[in-house]
Design a protein around this ligand. Structure first.
Ligand code: HDD
Length: 709
């Protein structure tokens, strides 16, 4: 029997070491039944004669089939489609002044984590790139037990009270009579709910913004959403909001692109995360906290317990206190990503709750849902869910119990086992709830301080750039354009006129609704620059570049470009008419990564078209190449073309590309983010300019010339 009462210090390997005891490698082993019996035949069932019926007696067949028949478990009621990875978290400085949480004290400690990113509405098999909120759930395996931060990539929520969660989810999920549409909010019941519950206004603005279309899980923020409480050793509390900030910046896809990706690569976001980790491009997120002193609770023009409100960063700065690095993919999707069970109620000493009514309801729902999803009360014993801190209590039995608790005593207090396990004092790390004073009458109502549904929705709108505003208008037009009930469309226009009359008018014009009767704009004129993605980090790191080339490409130019692009962290992949190798003008071969048949521009961040007469001719002969370039242009991506490769710009109909041959001494932009040069050598600085353009993510100025998408 293990004597593990002493809590051991945690390091990056702690969880992995625990998981190792459950791993099995079947390579080179003999096949057995689940009882360990070696099996001699696995292709033919036991029959009465070679053409006769199968016999009941065939226990191997029955066991194999029974297991298969039960391989699926209920998918999560929300956040069914997800993808996870392992990593670690390190705090930058001791947070002793604010919290006693051990994992937030020592900068030398690497606390193991598992993160699961998800979409909310779609089923397990739905597409990654849909307009939806993304889940961002982190399990910290700390020395004091598991701490779960179960957040989203948006800092607010649709509703203020958990009582409405089932209604909200029923409204956004496929309609129950025909299970249509999958993974979309563009349907009548969602917009009926929105327009019948105006507390949704702020979150709907986020959902209609580009935040719903992340380029990558590695390029989106995470938020704890609720106001939590930090508690220090002296028992002093601070209100706190949690943030994850990606080091690669916050970047999104465009709507036309996500729709195409849903068909071309439904696994776009999960593949991106997997590939990044496999190639050592470990995703990193800094951890930030906004804190408000308890005595300042009522200093704001919003209620800090209202989950439909942010604390504007300009008002309450985000203090960056640590960093999370994701550095290991799972061994087995089901065992880890599917079976992980999060719960906002999994806390450690130093982190506590507030009376946010949405959070309070969540504290019930998560354990409850695991009972049916994971089949009983022992889901904490599944390897991915196990705490690395020792577990001792008087809970016994139940479905799938693994632990063999010894001895007759399973109650407290007791005399037979010397009162063990006995509660730990606070000094010994025992969790003690924050002694917040609460008084009031029992009442089913909401505080008046939660009743302003629109001011922060306007703040969000005010904070957007012109391009982001246009994308929001387009999103409303698309979503409401799919709503069949005319009255709901009109109600949406009228409701959002309380956010902005300009927005509502632009919505109305696209969906055959009347302009709103309300013409008096919101009194909120403030904006928050932190909310606009235009102000985010811009870096070329890990961006994927399609290198379009055919036989006879300029060898020196391309090898120089590939080298320079990799040197600044870009990920170039060669795309050609067919798979295999192509040969350059100097006779050297180059391995092709994708053929035009399997690759599309939506899978890349940028396109570089190589020079070379024969190469350009080969590419021009395949009509898919021009479509490839055209689509990249329409999605505002960086395009670089060299020498004869420039002819592909003209073939794609990119204005300005046909006018004369490009000069040999510079890389002029013939359009924002479209670079055309005669040569790509060092002197011209083509690769430098190209990488700088890719780092910009997208070139929105083009939208003035091409159609806004
Ligand atoms: Fe929730 C899953 C995030 C409100 C009830 N939620 C779930 C997951 C995330 C969130 C990221 C997926 C975890 C995973 O990857 O396994 N949920 C949120 C956020 C909310 C929120 C940020 C608002 C601030 N949720 C919310 C409410 C309720 C729930 C108000 C119910 C009262 N959520 C659930 C759930 C899920 C869940 C039904 C489904 C699967 C699961 O818990 O494990 O219990």
């Amino acid at each position: 029997m293990k004597k593990d009462d002493q809590r051991e210090p945690i390091n990056e390997q702690s969880k992995d070491k625990q998981l190792e005891t459950y791993r099995v490698d079947d390579t080179g082993q003999k096949l057995t039944t689940n009882q360990g019996l070696r099996v001699s035949e696995d292709e033919h069932s036991l029959k009465a004669g070679v053409r006769g019926p199968t016999l009941m007696e065939d226990f191997h067949f029955r066991e194999k089939m029974t297991h298969f028949d039960h391989e699926r478990i209920p998918e999560r009621i929300v956040h069914a489609r997800g993808f996870g990875a392992h990593g670690y978290f390190q705090v930058y400085e001791p947070m002793t002044e604010y919290t006693k949480a051990k994992f937030l004290q020592d900068p030398s400690v690497k606390t193991p984590v598992f993160v699961r990113f998800s979409t909310v509405a779609g089923s397990r098999g739905s597409s990654d790139t849909v307009r939806d909120v993304r889940g961002f759930a982190t399990k910290f395996y700390t020395e004091e037990g598991n701490y779960d931060l179960v957040g989203n990539n948006m800092p607010v929520f649709f509703i203020q009270d958990a009582m409405k969660f089932p209604d909200f989810v029923h409204a956004v999920k496929p309609e129950p009579h025909n299970e249509i549409p999958q993974a979309q909010s563009a349907h009548d019941t969602f917009w009926d709910f929105v327009t019948s519950n105006t507390e949704t206004a702020h979150m709907v603005m986020w959902a209609m913004s580009d935040r719903s279309l992340p380029r990558s899980f590695r390029m989106m923020e995470g938020f704890g959403v609720h106001t939590f409480r930090f508690v220090n050793e002296q028992g002093k509390g601070h209100f706190v909001k949690f943030h994850w900030k990606p080091l690669l910046g916050v970047h999104s896809l465009v709507w036309d692109e996500v729709q195409k990706l849903a068909g071309k690569d439904p696994d776009f976001n999960r593949r991106d995360l997997w590939d990044a980790i496999e190639t050592g491009n470990y995703p990193e997120f800094e951890f930030g906290v906004q804190m408000i002193k308890e005595e300042d609770e009522f200093m704001f023009d919003f209620d800090i317990l209202d989950p439909t409100k942010i604390w504007p960063e300009e008002q309450v700065p985000v203090k960056i206190i640590g960093k999370m690095t994701l550095n290991r993919n799972t061994d087995n999707f089901f065992a880890e990503t599917e079976q992980i069970a999060f719960h906002p109620g999994h806390v450690v000493p130093g982190i506590d709750f507030t009376n946010d009514p949405l959070l309070q309801g969540r504290l019930f729902s998560y354990t409850d849902t695991q009972l049916s999803r994971l089949g009983g009360p022992n889901f904490h014993e599944i390897p991915i869910n196990r705490s690395v801190a020792p577990v001792h209590n008087n809970q016994r039995d139940g479905m799938h119990r693994m632990t063999i608790n010894r001895g007759p005593v399973s109650y407290h207090k007791n005399s037979l086992a010397g009162n063990s396990p006995e509660p730990a004092s606070e000094k010994e790390g025992g969790y003690a709830h924050y002694a917040e004073k609460v008084e009031g009458r029992k009442i089913q109502a909401r505080s008046d301080s939660f009743k302003d549904h629109f001011s922060q929705a306007t703040l969000f709108w005010n904070s957007m750039s012109a391009v982001e505003k246009q994308h929001i208008v387009n999103a409303f037009r698309f979503e409401l354009g799919k709503v069949k009930t005319k009255e709901i469309r009109q109600r949406a226009v009228d409701m959002f006129s309380q956010v902005s009359v300009d927005l509502a008018k632009r919505m109305a014009a696209g969906i055959g609704a009347k302009a709103p009767e309300n013409t008096s704009d919101s009194r909120v004129t403030l904006s928050s620059p932190a909310l606009s993605q235009m102000n985010t980090v811009k870096t070329p790191l890990t961006r994927k570049v399609a290198v379009l080339a055919g036989n006879g490409f300029r060898g020196k130019e391309v090898s120089g470009m590939l080298q320079s692009l990799k040197a600044v962290g870009l990920v170039p992949e060669v795309v050609s008419v067919q798979l295999g190798t192509i040969v350059c003008d100097g006779g050297n071969p180059l391995e092709v990564d994708h053929s035009l048949l399997t690759a599309d521009s939506v899978l890349f961040d940028a396109v570089y078209i190589a020079g070379g007469r024969q190469s350009a001719d080969e590419l021009l002969a395949d009509s898919k190449t021009a479509d490839f370039v055209k689509e990249a242009f329409q999605h505002y991506k960086t395009i670089g073309a060299v020498g004869e490769g420039v002819e592909l710009l003209a073939a794609a109909g990119i204005a300005g590309s046909a006018a004369g041959s490009p000069p040999a001494t510079a890389t002029p932009e013939i359009q924002p983010g479209v670079l055309a040069a005669e040569r790509a050598d060092e002197a011209v600085g083509f690769s430098r300019d190209f990488a700088a353009a890719v780092a910009q993510h997208r070139h929105w100025d083009r939208s003035l010339q091409s159609q806004a998408r």
